[in-house]
Design a protein around this ligand. Structure first.
Ligand SMILES: [Ca+2]
Ligand SMILES: [Ca+2]
Length: 198
């Protein structure tokens, strides 16, 4: 063995010093974690069973809204972001209120995305609608809708791009059914109005 006999024996003091340093580093690491709690906004619940993502063009100033009806008939939308186990992370309003701080400078966050999570597998039919709520461009908006099943492994069960021609248009993007034993089937996009009448 080329290195036999050349092995450096660490003296006990170096060992102790190393251990102290290790413990100190670990404590610093824990302190940093507790000093910087992860902000609540936009955090996807790690226990999510399904994730519905609605997105549209980066930097678009137009406001698209997401509506999800749960099997119990409850509606999740920007005025009621929580219904039982269904949760809307936030109302993305295009560029409005969408600034982030980078190196002390305020810049526009280009992302246009709303995320709805299902935190439990409750059997029944889910309906996902999108609504062109407000416009600055007066242009049609192509909206991407994705439904993912998280467990046991991430699986995209629906993905589609749906054009919303003008302000006020509401469409059913997709319906999906979860059976008693947790199987999921995508059930087309037969329209049902979910946006409340004014
Ligand atoms: Ca919105
Ligand atoms: Ca945005």
């Amino acid at each position: 063995m080329a290195y036999s006999g050349r092995r450096v024996r660490a003296d006990p003091f170096t060992d102790l010093l190393f251990n102290v340093l290790l413990a100190f580093t670990l404590l610093m690491f824990l302190a940093i974690i507790f000093m910087n709690p992860i902000p609540k906004t936009g955090v996807i619940n790690p226990k999510a069973e399904y994730i519905i993502t609605v997105s549209w063009k980066d930097n678009s100033p137009d406001d698209i809204d997401t509506y999800v009806q749960s099997p119990t008939g409850e509606l999740v939308w920007f005025r009621g972001t929580e219904a039982g186990f269904v949760h809307l992370d936030r109302d993305d309003r295009g560029l409005l209120n969408d600034t982030i701080i980078v190196s002390g400078e305020e810049i526009q966050n280009p992302l246009n995305q709303e995320v709805v999570t299902l935190r439990a597998v409750v059997p029944g039919e889910y309906i996902v609608n999108i609504h062109y709520y407000a416009t600055k461009t007066n242009e049609p908006v192509d909206v991407n809708v994705k439904v993912e099943k998280v467990n046991p492994q991430l699986e995209v069960i629906y993905y589609g791009t749906i054009p919303l021609e003008k302000k006020g248009v509401e469409k059913t993007a997709t319906r999906f059914n979860i059976t008693q034993d947790g199987q999921v089937t995508v059930g087309g996009n037969l329209y049902k109005q979910l946006v409340p009448n004014n």
